[in-house]
Design a protein around this ligand. Structure first.
Ligand SMILES: NC(=O)c1ccc[n+]([C@@H]2O[C@H](COP(=O)([O-])OP(=O)(O)OC[C@H]3O[C@@H](n4cnc5c(N)ncnc54)[C@H](OP(=O)(O)O)[C@@H]3O)[C@@H](O)[C@H]2O)c1
Length: 284
């Protein structure tokens, strides 16, 4: 489709903000869905809507050709996404791209993966022209650890397990490709980085990029939980611990070539991520 109009949900978020630019580079017209009108996304049309407010969602979806659905990991995530997809179908949206997660499964012990699988199942049954993206752990998640990384360490309950973590810029560029080209209907693309890395290897990449030693400490889930209890709500912390247990079991180390296949260039490595964010980790 030439010059489609695409609604980007989560347009202020990690993937969404990069997707706005990636879509523009591909000639799409972007409508950014935001919650706070005082913080518009620059250079594009903005629409104020909340996933929990069906009326505002219907307004946001009016007259768009494609949509990128990205929901925060909150307990009602499946419910709001299913409702959003139903409204998009009723309004005749042509392309529907759903951000899910690597390993989404209805019987997963990881709540986030169950929620994503529930939404995937629902979307598949709506008769939409859909594509599911299942990215692995975001390298940008490390930015949440920037405070301790600047002090020389970070810690998580993951052991020596390798994870094919991905740079969110590659998720955005893959999503932009799917939203602006044909041949993706009904596909589920698992998106990973170019190799699986342990957190010790991530620490090495951060050390090399910053010129200062950064070490990784494997810690028990209880210690990880105690360190974050003042900052992260219990349901989210429990979900994070489930996520890390899934990584620690070695369940997130597979590689896929979809980033390169969709974008025409290799996925960014952790060394690229570390180099491009060295200043953030130095001054947090
Ligand atoms: N982190 C990972 O490693 C990882 C890996 C795979 C998949 N995922 C998936 O990625 C998704 C996004 O996660 P994230 O934590 O990285 O978040 P994010 O996309 O960086 O931020 C969440 C976005 O959603 C918006 N938002 C929040 N509540 C909203 C609402 N009620 N209505 C409309 N928009 C709302 C936020 O807008 P405001 O600016 O208004 O807050 C923000 O733009 C989740 O589904 C997660 O499971 C994450």
């Amino acid at each position: 489709m030439d010059n489609p109009t695409v609604l980007v949900t989560g347009a202020t978020g990690t993937v969404g903000s990069a997707l706005v630019a990636a879509l523009q580079e591909r000639g799409a017209t972007v409508r950014a869905m935001i919650r706070n009108p005082d913080r518009p996304v620059p250079g594009v049309e903005n629409v104020v809507a909340d996933l929990r407010d069906a009326e505002s969602v219907a307004t946001a979806l009016k007259d768009v050709d494609g949509v990128f659905l990205n929901s925060p990991s909150e307990p009602d995530a499946a419910e709001v996404q299913k409702r959003f997809a139903g409204i998009a179908r009723d309004l005749g949206v042509e392309r529907f791209v759903l951000l899910s997660q690597y390993g989404a499964r209805t019987d997963s012990p990881v709540r986030f993966l169950r929620w994503h699988a529930e939404v995937e199942e629902h979307v598949k049954g709506l008769g939409l022209d859909y594509t599911v993206l299942r990215p692995n752990l975001y390298l940008q998640s490390l930015l949440a650890f920037a405070g301790t990384i600047a002090q020389g360490f970070f810690a998580a309950p993951i052991g020596d397990a390798a994870v094919s973590a991905i740079d969110t810029r590659d998720i955005a560029e893959s999503a932009a490709a799917v939203l602006t080209s044909a041949g993706h209907t009904g596909q589920t693309y698992t998106l990973t980085g170019p190799r699986a890395v342990t957190h010790h290897e991530i620490a090495q990449a951060l050390s090399a990029a910053s010129g200062r030693e950064v070490v990784f400490h494997d810690v028990p889930a209880e210690q990880f939980t105690a360190a974050l209890a003042d900052f992260v709500p219990p349901w989210q912390l429990e979900g994070l611990v489930e996520d890390y247990a899934h990584y620690a079991r070695g369940e997130a180390a597979e590689l896929s070539t979809w980033v390169a296949d969709l974008t025409g260039r290799p996925a960014r490595d952790v060394t690229d991520f570390a180099r491009d964010h060295a200043a953030v980790f130095a001054q947090a």
